[in-house]
Design a protein around this ligand. Structure first.
Ligand code: G3H
Ligand code: ZN
Length: 284
């Protein structure tokens, strides 16, 4: 089939009020777990490369693996740059074949966020690559990106219309109280804020930091316009738990396939569960 844009995938999600999972890939086993789940569930899916993922696997491997997976897949697959840090990085990803990019200008003042996001849209749209922007600042840690709780900011509904009109982004990540990484307490999502934002713009909204958020809150978020849900931490947990279990049961095992195989299965189960929860199963 080949890679499709996130815009294309989210158009159907918005029209039919469901959300599509965006899962971070760092190696072949994670990619296969995601794709196998998508095929089994007949679900569209978004693959994402984070800063750490690119550093670990390399842009060439990430792109080649994702392209191969999309070509073999019988469901829509997108490849998105997650939390893009610069214009130059976005251009590199587009050149390598990403079908979507996120430019995260959320650490800049509003006008600078608008300026960099607009610049990205200007190069991405002519070549059919969709763009995700971010408003507010999501707390927590993902790879090299760390935002202290005190620096986390919720998205300001007053900025939303102006941001979308000026930048022409295809989807918008909004900080509503979630955080990256493992939660210490129970996350408290600001649903009122989300409803308000959703009433102001006609655009698919994105929820970051969704690992560890209760099923009930995820469903409430989808009902209030969330169409893309990012999951990384829960895959890491499934992977590492399975590897630890295997090695505890069989400390003499030296075959990487026998160690990584159960981890791949465990991650697939997580992805299947999320697809059913998000309502994307049987939508492809
Ligand atoms: O961009 C990636 C996601 O927002 C990761 O969130 O750490 O809750 O899985 P997570
Ligand atoms: Zn994120």
């Amino acid at each position: 089939m080949g890679l499709v844009s996130v815009k294309e995938i989210l158009a159907d999600a918005k029209a039919r009020s469901y959300a599509v999972g965006a899962f971070n890939l760092n190696n072949m086993e994670i990619l296969q777990a995601i794709i196998r789940a998508a095929e089994a569930e007949r679900s569209p899916v978004i693959l994402q490369a984070s800063q750490g993922g690119i550093k670990y696997a390399g842009l060439e491997y990430i792109t080649a693996m994702a392209k191969a997976a999309a070509e073999m897949a019988t469901v829509p697959v997108a490849l998105n740059l997650d939390h893009g840090t610069s214009f130059e990085q976005v251009v590199r990803c587009i050149r390598h074949g990403f079908s979507a990019v996120m430019i995260d200008g959320s650490h800049y003042p509003f006008e600078e966020n608008v300026a960099i996001t607009k610049r990205v849209v200007e190069v991405a749209h002519p070549v059919g690559v969709s763009v995700e922007g971010e408003l507010g600042r999501i707390g927590g840690t993902e790879d090299d990106i760390h935002v202290d709780e005190k620096d986390a900011l919720l998205a300001d509904p007053d900025e939303v219309v102006s941001f979308v009109e000026q930048t022409q982004v295809d989807c918008l990540a909004v900080a509503i109280g979630t955080a990256h990484g493992v939660y210490r307490g129970t996350p408290k999502l600001d649903f009122e804020r989300l409803s308000k934002i959703n009433s102001l713009i006609d655009l698919p909204l994105v929820l970051h930091g969704a690992s560890g958020v209760s099923d009930e809150d995820i469903q409430k978020a989808i009902a209030r316009g969330i169409c893309k849900i990012n999951i990384d931490t829960e895959l890491r947990q499934a992977f590492s738990e399975a590897v630890r279990k295997k090695l505890a049961e069989d400390p003499e095992e030296i075959d990487p396939r026998k160690i990584l195989g159960p981890a791949r299965d465990a991650m697939q189960e997580v992805v299947v569960r999320k697809m059913r929860l998000f309502g994307s199963s049987q939508k492809a």
